[in-house]
Design a protein around this ligand. Sequence first.
Ligand SMILES: *Cc1c(COP(=O)(O)O)cnc(C)c1O
Length: 392
Amino acid sequence: MRQKILPDKTGHFGVFGGRFVPETLIYALDELEKKYSSAKKDKRFREEFSAYLSEYAGRPTPLYLAKNLSRHIGIKRVYLKREDLLHTGAHKINNTLGQAILAKMMGKKRVIAETGAGQHGVATATVAALFGLKCDVYMGEEDIQRQALNVLRMKLLGARVIPVKSGTRTLKDAMTEALRDWVTNVRHTYYIIGTVAGPHPYPAMVRDFQSVIGKEAKQQILKKEKRLPDYLVACVGGGSNAMGLFYPFFKDRSVKMIGVEAAGLGLFSGKHSASLVSGTPGVLHGCKSDVLEDKFGQIKNAHSIAAGLDYPGVGPEHAYYKEIKRADYVAVSDKEALEGFKLLSEVEGIIPALESAHAIAYLKKAGKNIKKGAVVILCLSGRGDKDLHESY
Ligand SMILES: *Cc1c(COP(=O)(O)O)cnc(C)c1O
């Protein structure tokens, strides 16, 4: 199959993507698509975005040669793209900055978001504080109890956290409520989606905002190695840090891409978040992609020890990359991820987010299968301070 850069005009990546939303949102999505495509070409938007990325968020992030890790797992050179060093501790700020600047340019006074573990909620509340926007974050009641610290953070940043009591009272119910709010308040409200999912144009737009990761990494590796890497490795929840790294290398056919999902308690336990490795095509969050659903077509609850991977779907562009075999997707368990978490802490003095620890764990496991002399870039999507209580 020929490999094209997508989405097409209707927001499809092959059969994936598109828009599965109430009629009332079509106008809002069209408006967003128009505004985004003109902002992309607008020098003022690009300069403002890149100034905030560097002055506020801390870009460019280093591409660090992890010599001890490389030696330990028997791969020639593993470089870590240090998104963990960004303001708020993860890559999510790249996207929320881009969308908040866009919201401001569109004259919106209020932003909303949904959050599971609270990480995207915190990144949204952060930019809302920065730009003086009112901010409401939908969060399942269950998650509010589990993630008390992030709830406090959001409140301190001036956001309102709205408890969602319906369904399983977790992320997927929060998404439904956020979409419902948007339908009602679309004139003055902007909906900040946290990953490369949602109805068109969100998957492509979030990808573009996150692709600063891969663009920087490419320049940095060409400078350090005088050649492209052999492998890119990143964890996949909704897929935004992975797509941000992968996308700028799409046409570089020699570069292999590996996305690492959460196998949770094991793929056969039913308690995992591996939508690409073991899901089926379906509709979630306004787009078609691979999802976890039961035999009645109901979306299942995902599970992962890493809160940020705990999502029963994945961005449509990943489903497309899988279909055309541009990227490989694998899954590692909670237990393996914890080993990755300890390993990087012990050998490099870097405590990774449990999400990113999945990518580390995969490299450790697959080290022998990766060709000798390989140069690898691994996206260290976030730092692990938030996860210390999980690891004991
Ligand atoms: C949210 C999060 C993820 C998962 O989201 P993606 O959209 O798949 O990148 C991964 N790592 C960290 C640190 C996160 O906070």
